[in-house]
Design a protein. Sequence first.
Length: 208
Amino acid sequence: MNRYLILVFVTALIGGCATIYSSPDLDRREKKHKQIAIVPIESTIKYNKLPKGVTIEQIEDMEIDMTYQFQDQLYIRFLKRSTEYRIDFQDVEKTNLLLEKQGISGSNISQYSKAELAEILGVDALISGKIISTKPMSTGTAIAVGVIFGVWGTTNQVDVTLSVHDGADSELIWKYNHVYSGSVGSTPENLTKELMKQIARKFPYQLK
């Protein structure tokens, strides 16, 4: 399948450019979709050496925390802009409940194809993503274990990939990727707020 990349410049706050991919088949496919689900976002924290007093288990807890916080924040942001799109967004609580009934969580969701997930959720398309953070965001788990800025420092770098797949055959129809840094990546709330500024008018399913 032929693919093309559209480079767009983002704000000076973030710096650099984001990469957005749109399938040549996007228009035909998106017209068939009525409901889309946001699945838990795969989250990874990269580190060279654990800070003193921080365990691998605590890092894993933070990754799980980020997985669901980012999913929830994306859902909230899309709902606020729902009048701009012609597709319905499935409630994330329903999404997670349906996945849980099938034994699917943020830690093993990558083992399932997008078509399998769409069938379980009863939707036409899926929003998924990956977050790779060089330092943990401020989350509930981070607060609990005391490893926020005082231990890790104030600068985060977060590589974000957001994708839309057709639920019928797992075909990738849209993808966004960018590396955020500084205060923008300090919390899931900040990151999704900045993310939506960049993708809101470029996301599929726009009302014409």
